[in-house]
Design a protein around this ligand. Structure first.
Ligand SMILES: Cc1cc2nc3c(=O)[nH]c(=O)nc-3n(C[C@H](O)[C@H](O)[C@H](O)COP(=O)(O)OP(=O)(O)OC[C@H]3O[C@@H](n4cnc5c(N)ncnc54)[C@H](O)[C@@H]3O)c2cc1C
Length: 414
């Protein structure tokens, strides 16, 4: 899958940097359409990525478009519910099409599909800086073993994820601080396999503004973790400390709040070397913190903030934004300005859903509100169905999940 760096061409049609779900999706789509695509990553593949590994409906749809959904589902642990547990312990199981597959394997499948479509993958190769000519980006400088090599391309697609270094080097990062951080580990615990059948997300005032999760991966393995938003808006604010920015404290709190988390941690077998079992990583949410495009470059995936606030789900929208970037580049007869405008317009169509999650993230700062929402959905199949529609993206409430909106919905007897 990783070609020898010596074979790196001096030019190509599209240079895609970052071979996570976003970069590999863009690379496949462009290569399928006959473009000469070079895909690079700073890590040789397969590589691990710190993640909850949960796939929601948008991810499954994107994987379907990329022709790998069946392969992913054949290896993934499927689930039909997302268990949402409120601060007082109330629980609803929101129906949905869900699956869990560790990222090392998921990303390998998506990347291999890009290579099978004709993209040339070079790794480990690090994006150092863009190449500029007449105020336009015309490719990139890529480094391996201390040697920097230029690759020229009419289009550069940056899909470098939540770490800001590449975006800073490209001059496209508007906010260095992430929207949040999260930490996860893998635990094997055969006795818990029946007890935790679906994905579970837990909100609690001791985790606010954040959450804990347990996602079953199959073979008695669980991905368990906690995430913390920098604040309710999805953007970090200097000088405003937040509770639990120490994620290990948040992880300890998760165990004391939620008995299944404690049972997993105390009775399970941790995977990975001692002391390294829990790993953290940043999140960039709500389509904020970065420029989406500039002359000669489109930014997609988490580099563009494509992860949802509230739940930290981002794999699906990373691929979706990448497919939009590829389609904008492929639009027949589009000049550079048209490609950039088309991409911006496509991303605009996604904003209402991101706004909904950002608003819900602000609402969980009021734990009583989450309890009320859970209580109300427990009593109304129609409300539960609406939450399922939000998860599946078949329904978008008009008045998003503000305090007022939730109260109106709870007391609306229709
Ligand atoms: C702890 C945690 C739990 C999460 N849980 C979930 C979940 O359960 N479900 C979900 O949908 N989302 C989850 N997310 C979010 C999800 O991980 C991201 O939304 C997703 O990985 C974004 O994909 P991407 O392709 O944009 O970026 P990434 O997957 O981060 O890929 C970016 C790639 O770019 C490469 N790269 C970076 N810089 C350079 C450079 N300078 N040169 C070359 N290559 C470079 C990296 O090596 C990497 O391979 C979670 C995130 C965290 C941190």
């Amino acid at each position: 899958m990783n070609r020898a760096i010596g074979e790196l061409p001096a030019r190509c049609d599209v240079l895609v940097v970052g071979a996570g779900p976003a970069g590999s999706a863009a690379a496949q789509w462009l290569a399928r359409a006959g473009r000469d695509v070079v895909l690079v990553d700073q890590h040789a593949f397969p590589r691990d990525k710190v993640c909850g590994d949960g796939l929601i409906a948008d991810a499954l749809r994107a994987l379907d478009r990329l022709g790998v959904k069946d392969q992913v589902l054949a290896e993934a642990r499927r689930s039909a519910t997302l268990g949402c547990i409120g601060p007082r312990g109330g629980r609803i199981d929101v129906p949905g099409s869900l699956a869990v597959l560790p990222r090392k394997r998921l990303d390998e499948i998506v990347c291999r599909a890009a290579v099978a479509a004709g993209a040339r993958m070079f790794a480990p190769l690090r994006f150092v800086a863009p190449l500029r000519e007449n105020g336009r980006i015309v490719g990139a400088e890529l480094e391996h073993d201390g040697v920097v090599r230029p690759v020229r391309a009419p289009w550069l697609v940056l899909a470098t994820g939540a770490q800001p270094q590449a975006m800073l080097a490209a001059g496209l990062c508007e906010r260095r601080a992430p929207s949040g951080i999260a930490l996860r580990g893998y635990v094997r615990h055969p006795a818990m396999a029946e007890r935790i059948a679906g994905l579970e997300v837990v909100w609690h005032k001791r985790l606010a503004p954040g959450y804990g999760w347990i996602f079953p991966c199959g073979d008695d393995l669980f991905n368990i973790g906690v995430g913390v938003a920098s604040d309710g808006s999805g953007a970090a604010r200097p000088g405003r400390p937040t509770p639990h920015l120490n994620l290990r404290e948040a992880f300890a709190a998760f165990q004391s709040i939620y008995p299944p988390a404690r049972a997993l941690v105390e009775g399970g077998e941790w995977q990975g070397p001692p002391g390294e079992a829990l790993k953290g990583a940043p999140l960039r949410c709500s389509l904020e913190g970065a420029q989406l495009e500039a002359a000669g470059v489109l930014v997609c995936g988490e580099a563009a903030g494509s992860t949802y606030a509230l739940t930290g789900e981002g794999i699906g929208k990373a691929m979706e934004t990448a497919l939009h970037a590829a389609e904008a580049i492929l639009a027949p007869g589009a000049d550079e300005a048209a490609v950039r405008a088309d991409y911006r317009a496509r991303i605009e169509t996604l904003r209402p859903r991101f706004a909904l999650y950002a608003q819900a993230q602000r609402a969980v700062a009021h734990p009583w509100l989450v309890d009320l929402l859970v209580w109300s959905a427990q009593r109304s199949p129609r409300r539960l169905q609406r939450l399922a529609g939000v998860l599946e993206e078949t329904y978008l409430p008009k008045d998003a999940m503000s305090v007022r909106g939730v109260l109106r919905r709870v007391f609306d007897r229709r």
